[in-house]
Design a protein around this ligand. Structure first.
Ligand code: BDR
Ligand code: CA
Length: 313
């Protein structure tokens, strides 16, 4: 099994990502760290704890991370995930019976990586603040990271602004540190690809009928679905973060190309946008594997197969 850590700001699609990891025998979920993002940190943490309870994995530590970006305040929260980050349906999830870990997120990440007997896949699916802090403060853990599989960015445009994808936009300085300055093997699962993997209302309805847990998960989607209906005119939703976890579980599920990548940190219409140098003569140096495609029905089927086996708990 591949050891896995998820850094997350739940978030409706984050909920699907956590469920996918728990439902997949190829990976061992070592820990979950929380970060501000879709909603404020106390809410993302509460959501992570309740999702952990729903999934019956209160043995997995959940540690609290950054409440705000490295340098500049987050201009606004996401409006896509409802008031509590779970479409206003957090209260339908079980009350946590285990507390949050006593360690902060960066400490938990460091200790889990130090203790791991094999390199660990780390999947950041929120703002990159915790990961930037970890790599800056504890660079000795880098060899223990097999790969960062990051959900973020888009080469074809953004969602929170015309040019920027939400996760990178929340903390562009942290994203630049992780994507441009560090030297850990990294796959960037962009919203270009995750949007094309969107699942339909019918898909969600079918999933809800598979088990009580799956029904709870689908019960968290109304506000998020409403956002997709309003902005994109579709009956369905992107499960961005779950696609990144799917790639971590099945390396190579998504196709990629290696590019130098940077993140716009200037204030202006492109703040938070990712810039990939796709020229054939791009300068030598760090490359990030940026997603280029996938067998889209196969990705959806994989998600359904796994989430459809969550069981009743
Ligand atoms: C990303 O932003 C968040 O709203 C989602 O949870 C996902 O991580 C998509 O742009
Ligand atoms: Ca997220």
């Amino acid at each position: 099994t591949t050891p896995l850590i998820i850094d997350t700001d739940p978030g409706v699609d984050d909920a699907f990502a956590l469920a996918l990891a728990v439902a997949s025998p190829e990976v061992e979920l070592l820990g979950v760290t929380t970060v501000f993002g879709n909603v404020a940190l106390p809410d993302t943490t509460e959501n992570a704890l309740r999702l952990r309870a729903l999934l019956g994995r209160e043995d997995v530590p959940v540690a609290v991370g950054a409440a705000r970006p490295l340098v500049h305040p987050q201009p606004r929260l996401s409006s896509a995930h409802g008031s509590d980050g779970l479409s206003g349906f957090r209260h339908t999830l079980p009350e946590p019976t285990a507390p949050v870990d006593a360690r902060d997120a960066v400490t938990l990440l460091r200790e889990l990586l130090e203790a791991a007997d094999r390199p660990v896949t780390v999947v950041p699916v929120g703002p990159l603040t915790n990961i930037a802090l970890l790599l800056a403060a504890h660079p000795h853990v880098k060899p223990k990271i097999a790969r960062l599989v990051i959900m973020g960015g888009g080469l074809e445009g953004g969602n929170i602004t015309a040019s920027a994808e939400f996760n990178l936009w929340c903390d562009p300085e942290a994203a630049r540190r992780v994507l441009a300055d560090e030297d850990v093997p990294t796959t960037l699962v962009t919203m270009d690809l995750t949007s094309r993997c969107a699942v339909s209302g019918e898909w969600l309805g079918d999933l809800a009928r598979t088990s009580a847990r799956a029904a709870k998960l689908v019960g968290l989607t109304p506000d998020y679905l409403a956002t997709y209906r309003r902005f994109l005119g579709i009956d369905g939703m992107a499960v961005h973060d779950a696609v990144a976890v799917a790639e971590a579980i099945r390396p190579g599920l998504l196709t990629t190309a290696a590019y130098p990548v940077d993140v716009e940190c200037a204030f202006g219409p492109s703040r938070g946008a990712v810039v990939a140098d796709r020229r054939l003569d791009a300068p030598a140096g760090r490359r990030v594997d940026v997603t280029t495609g996938a067998d889209l029905p196969a990705v959806r089927d994989f998600l359904f197969e796994r989430l459809g086996a969550l069981g009743d708990g």
